[in-house]
Design a binder for this molecule. Structure first.
Ligand code: SF4
Length: 892
């Protein structure tokens, strides 16, 4: 049986982060799916994190868009395609090529990206196609292009294991790239050192050998200080510089403009001198060093400068193109790299070509068009500004949710609502962005898509279908090709399969290619069977079908003279400094078990247990100054907007800075959305927004009452009331948490809305003195709705009540206990959930530690926590350290 299952499994690739893990999926009846890590995939060697492990819970058809929709009515593909083509063609005729735009996504496959870019830049003739990858790694792309001559990632995952020192610069790998972090944890056990440069003491920092909690936006100062120190020590590689690098003298001269003494650097960066000197010494003494950088570096108005400062340190020491030594930008999305390759960014053409006349002419020859776009298009933030001011009159959004994910998201909503024609192609019917669509086009989801993605180490992998396309959903490349044909460009878009698109793309990378590293030429002749069977391969692809693991091994770069460029960079403050009105620096980012705007991970109830609702991390001293208590609802305010989140007081957060996760949408927490608060400041070169620094303040919310509501379906907040409202999926029901600042009238209005149409069989307890209310409604013996509210005191835990929705009928004992909210005879553990895979909470882990479990592995043996995907291992380590500290203190 097991062998049969193994034979029937399909090898595909995880749709979440840039690690690009191989997944082995076994589809069953009624779209059930079991997944496990693909042991043969070089990115993950069989491992998956919590998100990848939960993929099976996300492939149902709940909430899917399964047919084209025009306005509010279902339409045929022929009608929808014709309408999109006509409106785009009319807009082009009247207003020119730059009056239209595509906003695309790192969720698209390379074939989709290629088709979208070809239509916009080649046939429409505008550069106005940009990808949401602009939000996560555009600064690294710009730094690569300046330093290496092209957007080339030098290293490979093997380097992360071969390194003796790994520096994580603004990179919480334990949460954002968990499987790679597992690989580095194993290397650390063999002696590898970890240094984390991050204002927050993240889980990656918690278990590191050294954490530098630098002041926000001082990264350039720190990396420049490191380079100055390397020069002082004589630790730069003069031979490598002489042979392979230009610009060293200019950088050295620029460093002299600032006091580069370790003392001055430590003061400016807000870190302890002893820690800074230790980092400098370790870096100088360790030839095998990898410097990882990710959103913490890139999402900044000085993101390019940060990237260049990191690259400078590596070029000056010759630590590039060697085993275990490189700067390494890690991408956030599954196919951010594919977008970078195919020209999904507004400021590049396909196949790493720029907008020079030679490259444009080459592309025109290849595509058989008169001319391609003459100049770069609008980058993401600029694009939506152009939508707002009417320059863009027709917009096509593919597989992304800008109404949630862009900075100053409130203005983005206003822009979308005023745009004359908005098309959204997506697999989901209801996203915040879909609300603005004039035409909705149903796209395939993960598990149905068929194509390729490229991960952070330049490795191309296949995403293969596990299910037949549902309803009328279609592949994105085909939707684009059909619209292109309806616009009169059928000759350039006549593909009948993703393999044909891929072959054309591979041919383009090799076309008149005399010096571009990105080359997939040997794959241009893949047969359909060869494409189906394509094994993971790194580019540039060699004639034998393999690819080199690392670039620049011969010291040659893709610049005209073959030399890398060191570029002088000076430290600057944030685009918008804090002030008396907004004294805190708001930093936004991810949580462990969620992905982007929840359209996919939101479908997996297990992934909600770790972080069920929006929170704001605040240093205890900052919280005390504003009367904010642990666990209290807290208003986070910026000049752009306000969100309400649960306060988490922690010294893992620097004083003067706060952190708010970015995932929540109107569908799950209308008042808990982070990005409407973020200022739309961007890096002047890369256009990447400064998600990591917006001046902010916090205030206590001071609710007068709270409640929760359980129902089989998700409910929106009752209209017309100013409530904090959250929806949290459970396996058999939806939990809604809410709070208000009104009086009995508000409570009555909420009760009326939530009990309207409820069954007559009800259990009720009401305390008139306090306004407390507990109601449960049963329908044919099954629990149908539960409503608890309180003006004082705590409400009972929700888990048991939520479980009861899965029961076919309630027992008499359950009925009696319903309004108490606690299972008869069962101890309640409402401590934080640590291990999502095995459902292990903190209290159980702490009990195991007290009973003798002395290591993460020991806790795993005793409780099961951390023994599956391993994403919670750093949190278990933190609990272990905290309890040991308590024991030491008690003993003293
Ligand atoms: S680390 Fe997790 S989210 Fe990223 S690709 Fe692997 S399984 Fe998917």
């Amino acid at each position: 049986m097991a062998d049969d299952a193994a034979l029937a499994a399909t090898r595909t690739t995880c749709p979440y982060c840039g690690v690009g893990c191989g997944v082995s999926g076994l589809a069953g009846a009624e779209r059930t799916l079991s997944v496990q890590g693909d042991a043969g995939h070089p990115a993950n060697l069989g491992r998956l994190c919590s998100k990848g492990s939960a993929l099976g819970a996300t492939v149902g058809l709940e909430g899917r868009l399964l047919a084209p929709v025009i306005g509010e009515r279902q339409a045929s593909w022929a009608e929808a395609t014709a309408l999109v083509a006509r409106r785009f063609s009319e807009t082009l005729r009247r207003h020119g090529p730059d009056s239209v735009a595509f906003y695309v996504s790192g969720q698209l496959l390379t074939e989709d990206y290629y088709a979208a870019n070809k239509l916009m830049k080649g046939f429409i003739g505008s550069g106005n196609i940009d990808t949401n990858s602009r939000l996560c790694m555009a600064s690294a792309v710009a730094a690569h292009k300046q330093a290496f001559g092209a957007d080339l990632v030098p290293g490979c995952y093997e380097d992360l294991e071969l390194a003796d020192l790994v520096v994580f610069s603004g990179h919480n790998a334990a949460w954002t790239h968990p499987v790679l972090f597992r690989r580095m944890e194993a290397a650390r056990a063999r002696g590898q050192r970890h240094v984390v440069i991050d204002p927050r003491r993240t889980d990656t920092a918690e278990v590191a050998d050294l954490h530098l909690p630098l002041a926000p936006q001082t990264d350039v100062r720190l990396w420049n200080g490191l380079l100055a120190d390397l020069i002082r020590r004589g630790a730069v590689d003069r031979g490598y510089i002489a042979a392979h690098v230009a610009g060293f003298a200019e950088v050295e001269a620029a460093l002299a403009a600032d006091d580069q003494s370790p003392t001055a650097v430590a003061v400016d960066c807000g870190v302890a001198l002893v820690d800074l000197e230790r980092f400098f010494r370790w870096f100088a003494e360790t030839p095998r060093t990898v410097s990882l950088f990710s959103m913490g570096a890139n999402q900044s108005a000085q993101g390019v400068a940060k990237g260049l400062a990191i690259l400078n340190a590596h070029l000056a020491t010759g630590r590039i193109g060697k085993p275990g030594a490189c700067p390494f930008s890690i991408t956030g999305q599954p196919n951010a790299m594919g977008g970078r390759e195919t020209g999904g960014m507004a400021n590049t053409l396909a196949a790493h070509m720029d907008f020079d006349s030679e490259a444009r002419a080459r592309l025109a020859r290849f595509w058989g068009v008169r001319r391609v776009a003459e100049r770069p298009g609008l980058k993401a933030v600029e694009m939506f500004e152009a939508v707002a001011d009417g320059r863009i009159k027709a917009l096509w959004i593919m597989a992304t949710n800008p109404a949630v994910s862009l900075p100053d998201a409130g203005r983005v909503r206003e822009a979308l609502s005023g745009c004359p024609f908005v098309v959204v192609s997506d697999c989901m019917d209801r996203t915040d962005t879909m609300d603005f669509a004039h035409v909705k086009l149903p796209a395939l989801a993960w598990g149905e898509k068929d194509g390729t993605v490229t991960n952070s180490e330049r490795r191309i992998s296949r995403q293969r279908p596990l299910f037949a396309p549902p309803g009328e959903a279609r592949a994105d490349w085909r939707i684009i090709a059909d619209v292109a044909a309806a616009m009169g460009h059928g000759e350039g878009f006549g593909w009948r399969s993703p393999a044909q698109v891929f072959r054309e793309w591979a041919r383009l990378t090799a076309y008149e290619n005399h010096d571009r590293v990105l080359n997939l030429g040997p794959l241009a002749g893949l047969t359909p069977a060869g494409y189906d069977a394509l094994a993971p391969v790194q580019w540039p692809v060699k004639a034998d079908g393999g690819g080199p693991p690392r670039l620049f091994t011969d010291g040659r770069f893709q610049t005209p003279d073959g030399r890398a460029r060191m570029v002088p960079v000076r430290p600057r403050g944030p685009a918008r400094p804090t002030d008396a009105a907004f004294p805190l620096a708001l930093n936004t980012g991810r949580v462990r078990d969620h992905w982007h705007t929840l359209t996919r991970t939101g479908l997996a109830p297990d992934l909600w247990r770790h972080t069920p609702e929006p929170y704001v991390e605040i240093h205890p001293a900052d919280a005390e100054a504003q009367g904010v208590a642990e666990g209290a609802l807290t208003r986070v305010q910026t000049a752009q907007g306000e969100a309400v989140a649960v306060a988490r007081l922690t010294d893992r957060q620097r004083r003067g800075a706060i952190f708010l996760p970015m995932h929540w949408t109107a569908a799950y927490a209308p008042s808990g959305r982070a990005n409407p608060l973020v200022a739309a400041s961007v890096d002047p070169t890369s256009g990447q927004p400064e998600f990591k620094h917006t001046p902010a303040r916090v205030r206590a919310y001071r609710e007068t009452w709270r409640g929760f509501f359980l129902a089989r379906e998700g409910w929106a907040a009752p209209a017309g009331l100013d409530l904090v409202w959250r929806r949290i999926p459970h396996p058999a029901c939806q939990l809604h948490e809410f709070a208000g600042r009104g009086d009995a009238g508000e409570r009555d209005a909420v009760r009326a809305a939530l009990t309207r149409g409820a069954s007559a069989e009800a259990l009720r307890y009401e305390d008139a003195a306090t306004g407390g209310l507990r109601e449960a409604f049963l329908d044919a013996g099954r629990l149908d709705r539960v409503l608890f509210t309180a003006t004082t005191g705590a409400l009972p835990p929700r888990d048991w009540l939520a479980e009861l929705f899965g029961a076919p009928a309630l027992s008499q004992a359950d009925r009696i206990a319903l309004l108490i909210g606690r299972a008869p005879g069962r101890a309640v553990d409402d401590s934080p959930l640590i291990c999502a895979c095995r459902g292990v909470r903190a209290a159980k882990i702490e009990a195991a530690i007290r009973q003798g479990a002395a290591s993460v592995e020991g806790v795993g043996e005793a409780t099961g926590a951390g023994a599956a995907c391993g994403s919670c291992r750093p949190e278990i380590a933190r609990l272990l350290a905290a309890l040991r500290l308590t024991e030491v203190r008690d003993a003293a």
